[in-house]
Design a protein around this ligand. Structure first.
Ligand SMILES: NC(=O)c1ccc[n+]([C@@H]2O[C@H](COP(=O)([O-])OP(=O)(O)OC[C@H]3O[C@@H](n4cnc5c(N)ncnc54)[C@H](O)[C@@H]3O)[C@@H](O)[C@H]2O)c1
Length: 253
């Protein structure tokens, strides 16, 4: 699957699963602009060295509209186009499980701000560029947890459920301009950031996840690559407003 000459923004593409998305898209030939608060300079240089595509890191907080606008302006200024947007940035790996009635309201709002408003802001500022060119692929990263709930993660699960709803509406609005909008929903994935940053959640969710999957094994970021490349490429040209769940057959849609 070739993404040569495609220009992409991958938010949260500097670490965790997002770094795997960035690498896979560069490997498919894309120019990948990594928008992340984490430092992605080294990763971008490493991916560009390997090629055949290239990567560049542009520091941006997706919850800050001015920063999002500046990210989008600099990508359009440098490359003249945006073909692909992957909204992957989220507060997740660092969130310890907390019972719903113990969640600090400020934290609740911060999770919604980054995970949901951040996705909205990228769509708001990238969508018109794609629409003007009559082509674009937007992939919003959801989560299987929004289909079944997950104790201790009410803020996070609520944000991911809203991503699916937002995706369906944007697919309706952008379809007439040739832009597809889909949700890619991972199951419980052992990203390096999650394993390093959230041993409590990993300890609680790893065993039950394996047991309840049709494919009884751990899930890794590489398990998402095929679905991501499908959704960002022209192979999925007539697919929009959908949720693609990649979880080893834990839930059936
Ligand atoms: N790991 C899992 O089990 C799992 C399951 C379902 C869905 N997901 C989703 O997949 C995505 C990646 O998950 P992960 O495990 O790599 O988590 P992660 O928390 O390590 O990754 C999030 C990335 O977003 C970046 N980020 C955080 N806040 C940001 C901000 N304000 N602006 C810009 N970038 C910001 C982080 O620096 C990081 O690179 C997330 O959307 C997550 O919700 C993960």
């Amino acid at each position: 699957m070739s993404l040569s000459e495609r220009v992409a923004i991958v938010t949260g593409g500097a670490a965790g699963i997002g770094a795997t998305y960035s690498a896979a898209m560069v490997e498919a030939g894309a120019t990948v602009c990594i928008g992340d608060i984490a430092d992605g300079e080294e990763l971008a240089a490493e991916l560009t060295e390997k090629g055949p595509g290239t990567a560049v890191h542009i520091g941006a907080d997706v919850g800050d509209e001015a920063a999002v606008k500046s990210l989008v302006d600099s990508v359009v200024g440098a490359y003249g186009r945006i073909d692909i947007l992957v909204n992957n940035a989220a507060l997740f790996a660092t969130l310890p499980p907390v019972r719903y009635d113990q969640i600090d309201t400020g934290l609740w709002e911060r999770v919604l701000r980054v995970n949901l408003t951040g996705t909205f802001l990228l769509c708001k500022h990238v969508g018109p560029h794609m629409a003007a060119r009559g082509h674009g692929r937007i992939v919003n990263i959801g989560s299987g947890t929004s289909m079944k709930g997950h104790p201790g993660m009410a803020h996070y699960v609520a944000s991911k459920g809203a991503i699916t709803a937002l995706t369906r509406t944007l697919a309706r609005e952008l379809g007439e301009h040739g832009v597809s909008v889909n949700t890619l929903s991972p199951g419980f994935t052992l990203s390096d950031t999650l394993v390093a940053g959230n041993p409590t959640l990993v300890g609680a969710a790893k065993g039950p996840s394996i047991a309840t999957r049709s494919l009884h094994r751990d899930m890794y970021p590489r398990d998402l690559v095929g679905a991501l490349l499908f959704l960002v490429s022209d192979d999925s040209a007539f697919v929009t407003g959908q949720t693609l769940l990649v979880d080893g057959g834990q839930l059936n849609t």
